[in-house]
Design a protein around this ligand. Sequence first.
Ligand SMILES: Cc1ncc(COP(=O)(O)O)c(C=O)c1O
Length: 366
Amino acid sequence: MPQSVVGCQKLELDTPALCIDLDVMESNIKSMAEYIIGQGKQWRPHEKCHKTPAIAHLQMRAGAIGVTCAKVSEAEVMAAGGVRDILIANMVVGPKKWERVASLCRSADPIIACDHYAQVEPLAEICRKNGVAPRVIIEVNIGLDRVGSRPGRDTLELAEGISKLKGVRFAGIMGYEGHLLRVEPVEEKRAKIREAMGVLQHCHDLIVGKGINCDIVSAGGTGSYQFSTECPGITELQAGGGIFADPMYQKLCGVTGLKYALTVLATVVSRPMLEKAVLDSGRKTLNPDTCLPIIKGFPDAEITRMSAEHCELKLGGESQRLKIGDKVEIIVGYADFTTVLHDEFFGVRGDRVEVVWPILGRGKIQ
Ligand SMILES: Cc1ncc(COP(=O)(O)O)c(C=O)c1O
């Protein structure tokens, strides 16, 4: 996309176009940074919602210490974009990936998560041969039951094993409370998160009790960070998606204090009936699976069906004024699965396009 759209009006953009309201995103970044840092924790936001080094730099300017990634290839993109302190909060397995981690150590200071010795021993051997030693943290299963070592003896033994290896540096532990994002009521959510964070703290204490440094205790997603930040023992938060604060977080997880920042600008391409409009933004533009998108400014317009290239709306009285050629904004339900469908973000301030950011991590899935 040529940069010539910079300076044009948002409504002049061709559609579909993935737009960030820059004022809102910056305010969300500031709120998250102030909340987390204000409670004495560090912020290492997950970059999976944006996959864009330029946005990571905005987060770091607001106080983030680096980023969290899911994949080695995402970490490579961040490193090439000038981010040094990168947590890969995921299992890294296979000789090709271990080699890539060793190479990454030349341009960045990565931290690799693991939950078994079989992931770390070969990584350490390859790193040793390359004369580097990345930090390693253990992912502990704090109830999500996805990956993670069992809390207690298993985690302690793994920490002891890793700390003896040359070629990696044991740096701490992490857990992700993804199973608690939608717990209601709020007091029960707070209590359950505190309990899950307590599991991490207990593991930390066991490890430190054996004389092993365990400086990093990392947790927290956007759906839970307001509570996990409060918990003692947690040193850093991975919450990232709050910079866009999609309906997934606000409507399904009850997150407060942040505003919607990410929309798809779409065009009405058909008006088959008074109470029906069709937009040019289907599932190849906008993933509705985790949380249904919302039509901005038209509360009585409801998404009834999405196919590859079409989004069908049922229109109430107010939205029936929409006509073919009109542009509307669709608030993205959950950014992660929509960002990866686009080549660039259009950063909009007020009505004016201020910046175009290529989504450099798009397609980086290895
Ligand atoms: C390991 C890990 N950390 C943190 C998060 C939270 O990310 P976000 O704040 O973008 O929801 C996730 C979400 O899937 C995750 O898998």
